[in-house]
Design a protein around this ligand. Structure first.
Ligand code: NAD
Ligand code: ZN
Length: 364
C-alpha cells in the first residue's frame, strides 16, 4: 500500500480536556514557536479557549486561522490566504497544521498541508459527527471550484485523528442527524448486525449518550478504515462501496443547488432509500428490506421521501445530474451501488439511466 498507518484516538475528553498530552508528538518542540490551527468562526468560539488553556499549561501557544463557517471556505481564495499565512508562520515540512472543525475545515486544511512545501504534516480534530465518522479518516482532501465540488484535491493522510465525542454536545441536531446518515450507511453497506444495533439504539446515539455514541463512532471508523485500506487511492472499486446512496444523493444536492435546503447527509439518507427501493424494483432486494431501510432512516428524523421535498423537476433532470457525476466512466456507464440485502451492497454496472429516470418519476 502507498499509505502509512496512523492513529485514530477515540476518547471522551481527548481534545477538550487533555489536548496537549494527546497532541504532544505533533506540537512544536521549541516553545518559542506557535502551533498553527485552522478553524471556522463557530468552532473557534466554542473550542479554542479550551485548547489554548491546555497549551498554556505546557508553556505552548497557538496561532489561529479563522475561516467563515460554510462550504465557501473550500475555495482557491481561502486556500491562497491559508497557505500564505502558513508560509508567513515559517512552517516547515516536518511541522504539523491542526484542523479543528467539521469536514469543511478538514478538507481545506488537509489540502493546504498536501501542497505546502510539497507536503507537511497535519492533525485532524473533527468536530461534527460527519467529520468524525467520515471525512477525517481516509486521506481525501479537496476544495471546490465553479465546475463542481471536490474537483481539486489530493490524497494526504493526517498524522493522527483526535476524536472527542464531547465536542458534539453543541452540534445542532440537524447536523447531528446528517452525520448519522453516514453512520447508517456503514451498517447498510456491509454490516447487518450494526444496522440492527442502530435500529435499536439510534435514539440514544442521536441524544449523544456516551456509550452508544462511542460505539457508533468506533464501529463506523473501523468500517471506513477497513474499506479504505483495501483501496486507498480508489483504484480497485472497493472504496466505491462508501458511495452507497451518494449517486442519487449527489443528484438531489445538485438539483437543490448544494444549499441548506438539503444537507449532504440528508441527501445521502434519501439516496440510500432510493438505492434500496431501486434494488427491490430490480428484484435484487426483498421489498421488506427496502421498507425497513426507509423506516430506520425516517425514524432518525432524516428525510425518506423525495416527494416531500416538493422538487420541481423530473426523473430525467436528476439523471442528467448523474451524467455529470465524477464517477461516470469513459464508456458512458455510471456504476451504481445497490443492495442485495441489509449489509450487502454491491456495484452494478448494468444500470440503465433511462430506467432510473422512470423510477425517479414515480418517486417524485
Ligand atoms: P461543516 O464543516 O460545514 O460543519 C457544519 C456546521 O457545523 C458549520 O457551520 C460548523 O461551523 C458547525 N460546527 C462544527 N462543529 C461544531 C460543533 N461541535 N458544535 C457546533 N457547531 C459546529 O460540515 P460537515 O458536515 O462537517 O462537512 C461537510 C464537508 O465535508 C463537505 O465539504 C464535504 O465535501 C466534506 N466531506 C469530505 C469527505 C472526505 O473524505 N474528505 C467525506 C465526506 C464529506
Ligand atoms: Zn457522504
Amino acid at each position: 500500500l502507498a499509505g502509512r498507518s496512523y492513529d485514530v484516538v477515540i476518547e471522551r475528553g481527548c481534545v477538550l480536556q487533555d489536548f496537549t498530552r494527546n497532541a504532544a508528538p505533533f506540537l512544536p518542540q521549541d516553545t518559542g514557536r506557535k502551533a498553527a490551527f485552522v478553524t471556522d468562526a463557530n468552532t473557534h468560539r466554542l473550542f479554542a479557549g479550551r485548547i489554548e488553556d491546555s497549551l498554556t499549561e505546557a508553556g505552548l501557544a497557538a496561532e489561529w486561522f479563522i475561516a467563515e463557517p460554510g462550504e465557501g471556505a473550500k475555495s482557491w481564495a481561502v486556500l491562497e490566504r491559508l497557505t500564505d499565512w502558513l508560509l508567513a508562520l515559517g512552517l516547515t515540512r516536518s511541522d504539523h497544521v491542526f484542523a479543528l472543525g467539521g469536514g469543511v475545515v478538514g478538507d481545506l486544511t488537509g489540502f493546504a498541508a498536501a501542497v505546502l512545501k510539497r507536503g507537511c504534516g497535519f492533525v485532524q480534530i473533527p468536530t461534527t459527527l460527519l467529520a468524525q465518522v467520515d471525512s477525517s479518516v481516509g486521506g481525501k482532501t479537496a476544495i471546490n471550484t465553479a465546475a463542481g465540488k471536490n474537483l481539486i484535491g489530493a490524497f494526504h493522510q493526517p498524522s493522527i485523528v483526535l476524536i472527542d465525542a464531547l465536542v458534539l454536545d453543541t452540534l445542532p441536531d440537524r447536523e447531528m442527524r446528517a452525520g448519522y446518515a453516514e453512520v447508517l450507511k456503514y451498517g447498510l453497506l456491509g454490516d447487518a448486525d450494526f444496522f440492527a444495533w442502530l435500529e435499536a439504539n439510534g435514539t440514544a446515539v442521536l441524544a449523544r449518550e456516551a456509550e452508544p455514541l462511542a460505539h457508533a463512532i468506533a464501529t463506523s471508523i473501523a468500517a471506513k478504515a477497513r474499506i479504505v485500506a483495501e483501496d486507498e487511492r480508489e483504484t480497485s472499486g472497493r472504496r466505491a462501496l462508501l458511495n452507497l446512496g451518494h449517486t442519487f444523493g449527489h443528484a438531489l444536492e445538485a438539483e437543490t443547488g448544494f444549499s441548506d435546503r438539503l444537507l449532504h447527509g440528508e441527501a445521502v439518507a434519501l439516496g440510500m432509500v432510493l438505492a434500496a427501493r431501486y434494488s427491490a424494483r430490480r428484484g435484487e432486494l426483498a421489498q421488506e428490506d427496502a421498507a425497513r431501510t426507509s423506516r430506520v432512516i425516517a425514524s432518525a428524523g432524516l428525510p425518506s421521501e423525495i416527494a416531500a421535498l416538493g422538487m420541481d423537476c423530473t426523473g430525467e433532470t436528476l439523471v442528467d445530474h448523474m451524467r455529470h457525476d465524477k464517477k461516470m466512466e469513459g464508456s458512458g456507464t455510471l456504476p451504481f451501488l445497490l443492495l442485495r440485502g441489509i449489509g450487502e451492497a454491491h456495484m452494478a454496472r448494468d444500470v440503465d439511466l433511462a430506467n432510473v429516470a422512470a423510477f425517479l418519476d414515480e418517486q417524485l
